[in-house]
Design a protein around this ligand. Structure first.
Ligand code: AMP
Ligand code: GLY
Length: 417
C-alpha cells in the first residue's frame, strides 16, 4: 500500500513512524513533513491547505491512502478533495470537521446526541459575555469559537481577564467549569462503526505542576493506571457512538479520528471538546502501544470497512512522551537554533526511546528549531516509571539553546497518586 501523510508535526512523525514499521506499506510519502519525517518518508513540498494540490500529488504518486493529520486542512476540505479524486482519505469532510472547527457546532451536536458536556452559552457581545460569566461564576471558562490550536481557551478566576479574552474573539463559548482529571480518548470511525483506541492523558499547561498558560500539549502518557477499567466502554456508549450516530443522522457522517477530550468529574464523564484528528502529543503514546498494523486500520476507516476489522491488539507496555519546546513558547517562540544530541538518542536509547520531530528543519548539515513545539521524545517501558526514566534520559541528551520541557510528565500516575 502506498500512503501519503499530510502535515508536519510530531503527530505526523508518529503516524509515519508507525506506518514505516507496517509490512503492508510499500511506499511512504509526507507533505510537507519536517526534518525528522524525512528519515522515514519521502517529502513533497505541497501547501497542506490546498485540496487540489494535495489530490494532484496523491494521484501522481498513485497513493492508495491519504492520511490528513492536522485540523486546518480538514476544515479546509482537503479530505473531500482527495476523495473526489477517487482516492481513499483518512479524515473527515469539511462539514464533519466542524465538530472541531466550531465549538458552538460541537455543542449543538452534543445536545442532539444527548452527550454529557459542560453547560454553555454562545456570546457575541460584551453584555452577553458579562451575563454568562455571572451566571456560572468563577472559575471562568472562555473559549474562542474558532480554531485556535488549543490556545483559544482561557480558564481563570480573574473576571477582568475573562472579559478581556472574550473581547478579543468574534464569538465565544462561555461554559461551566469542569473539575476533575482529564482524559483523551481517540476513536477511529468510518461514520458507522466506532473503534476506540487506548486512553491517554495530556499535559496542557506550559509549566510543572500545571502552572503557566495553556499550550498545544507538553507531554502525555498511556495507559492510565488510575482510571476505571470500564471508562472506555462507558465513553463508547455515552459519547463516541452517539456522536458518530448523530453526525450521520444530520447528513454529515464523520469518518476518521474522533478525539474526545473528557473531564472525569464527581458527577460523571463530561466532554470538554471534540477534535477531528489525532491529538498531539497523545498520539505519540497511543501509537507506541498499538500492535495492530496502522495502515490497515486507517484504510478500513477510509473505505467504510471497519466492521470487518479484527479487534485491535495492544502492547502491555506503558508509554510516555515529553515535548521539548522553544524559548518563549507558547508566546512567539524563538526559532533557528541548532538541535544536537539526536544521534546520541538514536545510538543509546533506541528502540525504547526515540525522537519525533515537530517544528524542525534542515539547515545544511544541522537540524534547527522551526516552531514552538520542537520535538517530543517518546519512550516505552514495562510500566510508567520505566517509560518516564527512559524518556527523560533521552531528553537529557538533547541540546537546544533556551529550550524548555516539563519535568513532571506522568510523575503522579507513575507514583500511583
Ligand atoms: P479545549 O481547547 O476546549 O480542549 O480547552 C483547553 C483546555 O482548557 C482543556 O484541556 C482544559 O484543561 C481547559 N478547559 C476547557 N474547558 C474547560 C471546562 N469547561 N472546565 C475546566 N477546564 C476546561
Ligand atoms: N493534545 C491536544 C490536542 O491535540 O488538541
Amino acid at each position: 500500500m502506498k500512503v501519503l501523510v499530510i502535515g508536519s508535526g510530531a503527530r505526523e512523525h508518529a503516524l509515519c513512524h508507525s506506518l514505516s514499521h507496517d509490512p503492508d506499506v510499500t511506499a511512504l510519502h509526507c507533505a510537507p513533513g519536517n526534518a525528522g519525517i524525512a528519515g522515514v518518508a519521502e517529502l513533497h513540498q505541497v501547501d497542506a491547505l490546498d485540496g487540489a494540490a494535495v489530490a494532484a500529488l496523491a494521484t501522481e504518486l498513485g497513493a492508495d491512502l491519504v492520511v490528513v493529520g492536522p485540523e486546518a486542512p480538514l476544515v479546509a476540505g482537503v479530505a473531500d478533495a482527495v476523495r473526489a479524486a477517487g482516492i481513499p482519505a483518512f479524515g473527515p469532510s469539511k462539514e464533519a470537521a466542524r465538530i472541531e472547527g466550531s465549538k458552538a457546532f460541537a455543542k449543538d451536536v452534543m445536545a442532539g446526541a444527548g452527550v454529557p458536556t459542560a453547560r454553555s452559552y454562545v456570546c457575541t457581545n460584551a453584555e452577553e459575555v458579562a451575563d454568562a460569566l455571572d451566571a456560572f461564576g468563577a472559575p471562568y471558562v472562555v473559549k474562542d469559537d474558532g480554531l485556535a490550536a488549543g490556545k483559544g481557551v482561557v480558564v481563570t478566576s480573574d473576571l477582568a481577564a475573562a472579559k478581556e479574552h472574550a473581547a478579543g474573539c468574534e464569538r465565544v463559548v462561555i461554559e461551566e467549569f469542569l473539575d476533575g482529571p482529564e482524559v483523551s480518548l481517540f476513536a477511529v470511525t468510518d461514520g458507522d462503526t466506532v473503534v476506540p483506541l487506548q486512553p491517554a492523558q495530556d499535559f496542557k499547561r506550559a509549566l510543572d505542576g500545571d502552572e503557566g498558560p495553556n499550550t498545544g500539549g507538553m507531554g502525555a502518557y498511556s495507559p492510565l493506571p488510575w482510571a476505571d477499567p470500564k471508562l472506555v466502554d462507558e465513553v463508547m456508549q455515552t459519547v463516541l457512538q452517539p456522536t458518530v450516530d448523530e453526525m450521520r443522522r444530520r447528513g454529515t457522517p464523520f469518518s476518521g479520528l474522533l478525539y474526545a477530550g473528557l473531564a472525569i468529574t464527581g458527577r460523571g464523564v463530561r466532554v470538554i471538546e471534540f477534535n477531528a484528528r489525532f491529538g498531539d502529543p497523545e498520539t505519540q503514546v497511543v501509537l507506541a502501544r498499538l500492535k495492530t498494523p496502522l495502515a490497515g486500520l486507517l484504510l478500513a476507516a477510509a473505505t467504510g470497512l471497519l466492521a470487518d476489522l479484527e479487534p485491535l491488539r495492544w502492547s502491555e507496555d506503558a508509554a510516555v512522551t515529553v515535548v521539548v519546546a522553544s524559548r518563549n513558547y507558547p508566546d512567539t517562540p524563538r526559532t533557528g537554533d541548532p538541535i544536537t544530541g539526536l544521534d546520541e538518542v538514536a545510538a543509546e536509547d533506541a528502540p525504547h526511546a526515540y525522537v519525533l520531530h515537530a517544528g524542525t528543519r534542515r539547515d545544511g548539515d544541522d537540524v534547527v528549531s522551526a516552531g514552538g513545539r520542537v520535538l517530543s521524545v517518546t519512550a516505552t517501558g514495562k510500566d510508567l516509571s520505566e517509560a518516564r526514566e527512559r524518556a527523560y534520559t533521552a531528553v537529557g541528551r538533547i541540546r537546544l539553546d533556551g529550550s524548555q520541557h516539563r519535568t513532571d510528565i506522568a510523575a503522579k500516575a507513575a507514583a500511583g497518586v
